[in-house]
Each structure stands twice: as structure tokens, then as C-alpha cells.
Design a protein around this ligand. Sequence first.
Ligand code: ADP
Ligand code: MG
Length: 397
Amino acid sequence: MTDSNATTAGRSAASAREPAVRLEGLSKTYPGGQARAVDALSLDVQDGEVFTLLGPSGCGKTTTLRMVAGLEVPDEGDIHFGGREIVVSSKRLRLPPDKRDVGMVFQSYAIWPHMTVEENIAFPLATRHVKRSEMRERVAHALDLVNLPGLQKRPAPLLSGGQQQRVALARALVIEPKVLLLDEPFSNLDAKLREQMRVELKLLQKRLNIAILFVTHDQIEALSLSGRIALMDLGVVQQQGPPQLLYEEPANEFVRDFIGKTALLRGEVTSGNPSGQVAVAVHGGADCVIFGRSYDPDGLAAGQEVFIAIRPEDIDVRPAENGGVPAGAIGGVVSAALFTGERVEYQVEAEGQGTLQVFGERHAPASEGSMVCLTPRPDGHSVWSSNWTRAPDDEGA
Ligand SMILES: Nc1ncnc2c1ncn2[C@@H]1O[C@H](COP(=O)(O)OP(=O)(O)O)[C@@H](O)[C@H]1O
Ligand SMILES: [Mg+2]
């Protein structure tokens, strides 16, 4: 369906500049709710972008998506699609769901069991009074898009879980939405199928070039699918940006600990500069000095005790030769070694550090009880002062 509202030249020019979705200051408290389910959320989604809302259960992801779809009314805030007013709270303006041109897929398949695949997918077209011949064509096209060609007459109950979710996706796509909302669409599928759907969605996204607002609590899904991510906690966006930014430059401890695994090394600042770059001498290591960035608003001074947050894959682990630990490394004893297929996950009692979790190459395994050398990558880490804990109401950077 084309945007029949963008008729005037001025309006088309405006929508060419505007993001596909703009959310500004969206807030929502449920009746009887203690706290805001969503608190002053703002973000933009561009055409052709997958933007992911990531966060633990109950952080407000579904509520946000439902406000965008028109299934929930925000207390405050505005929603625009390509410059078009969808919700303007101060004017009490709210377009009904069927006037928003959004496709939505939920976690539970929500396809109708008493209908065939074709009837399911055609349903939103029927409510829009599309002609029968056009309907048939568009259903066939939608089925092609989700890799289920020719399945029109199959009764819905005879579909596998993966097929049902594809039908739900086809039903969302058949109206040719500008905006696709996906709420944990793959979380009911098994791990293999989930991976496959992830790849297919990425390919589909490239073909359709629409804006996708994707919700998941699964960080792998978020990191691998998204152009940008907003990581939420307690209704508040903690950080938003490209996956790599959240992974490599977490804005606060919540982000650091939610995305990926981190080993926290203890050390002492040897020098710092106003840009936040600091050099840290790692405890227990001989001449082991590494570099990282601090986001502490108060800055870090030489001599201060700190934590360096390091991704486990950024610490090289190898068996100690003749029990010796070279300069730049930390010695340790392997207390547990878990072979996971692609790598070995070690728990190491490290000199001056205590227990660390690190990942080693499967080609050079170390056995439990043996001595290992741990060599952290020299730079690119985040540094945290050991007495800086985020206040519960601190929204972070
Ligand atoms: N219909 C509702 N009525 C009251 N509280 C709700 C309702 N839906 C969600 N909540 C609450 O709002 C918060 C956010 O929920 P939700 O948006 O579903 O989170 P998520 O999708 O991230 O798991 C939670 O504390 C949840 O309990
Ligand atoms: Mg949810």
C-alpha cells in the first residue's frame, strides 16, 4: 500500500528527509502500575534499517512496540512515520492501528487455526477491500518472500512452528508496510531454526528496504541482526548505537554486563588523560600494562584502583612453558576447562585477580590443574573505578 497521504510536493520532500519511524519522549504507566513501563523513550529508525529494542524481560520492549502499532496509548510523547503524525500526545492525536500501515509479528504465532495459509495471509487485505484477483497475486508474492511458495491451500494446523512463523511474517508483509514490528518472533523456535530465520530476515530486509523495529531479549540475535540497538532496563534506554559500540564502549555497568561476557581485571591506573584514556598496570602481572577508556564522569587519577572490563576472547590463554610467566602476562592455574566445540572455556585462579573466566583456542588446550599464562589484548578495553556504582535512578550516559 502506498502512502496516499503524501500527496503534496512539500509533504513528499519532507518525508524524504524524515526517518521512517521517529519516537520522541514516549512514556507509559499501566493503570495500577508503580513505575513507568516505558520512560521518555526516543529513537529513530531509518528506511532499510533493523533497529532492535534489547533488554531483560519486563524492561518495556513489548509496551513500546504496542504503542508504535497503536495497541497501547502513550501517556506522553509523539510518534511520526516518515514525517507523518501518528501520535501527538499534546494534541490528543492518535491514528487507529489500521491507519498506520505497520505489519506486526508476535512471539506466539497468532495465526488462525481454522483457516488455510491463504486465508490467513489474505485477511488484512480483505479488511482493506482489496480485489480478489489482486489478493491472490499478493498472497503468492508474500509466500515467495518467506520461502513458502505454493503453500496457499495448506490448513494452518498442519504447519510446523517455523512455517507458522513464516506465515505470520507473510501476513504482516502482505499489506506492504513501511514499518515492520517484530516482537521476539523467533524465540519459540529451536536454536537451529532460529539461526536460519535470522539469516533469512536479514536477506529479506535487504530486498524490501523497509524499517524494522525488532524486539528481543537475546543479545546474539540483536548483535547479529541490527543496524542499531537500544538497550533498555526498567523502561529506560541505557545506551543506543551500533552493536559494536555497545559491545566495545558500554556506557554503563548495566550495558557492560548485559552484552556479552566480561572478565573484570583489577589494576592500578599508571596514567590518565582528560579524554578518558588510561593506562592500567594489571595486578599479578609482570609489566602487564594495558590501555582502556574510562566513562567515569569524575575521571581517574594515577594510583587509583580500577577494574578493566575485558571480553573473555580478548585474553590470550596458553599453557605456561616450564611454569614461567613472561612479561606482559598474568600467571594462573586452571580450575575448570569446558570444551564447547569451537573453543575451550576456562575458569582460572589468576595471580592477584582471583577467579577469571577466559576462552582458549581448542588447538592449544590446557588441562585442569595446569599453569597458564593470560595475556590481555593491549588496548580497547573499558575501565571502571572500583568504587563507582551506578545509582538506581542514574540513567547513565
Ligand atoms: N497490560 C499490562 N498491565 C499492567 N502492567 C503491564 C501490562 N503489560 C506489561 N506490564 C508491565 O510493564 C512492564 C513492561 O512490560 P513489557 O513491555 O511487556 O516488557 P518486555 O516486553 O520488555 O518483557 C513490566 O513491568 C510489566 O509487568
Ligand atoms: Mg515482551
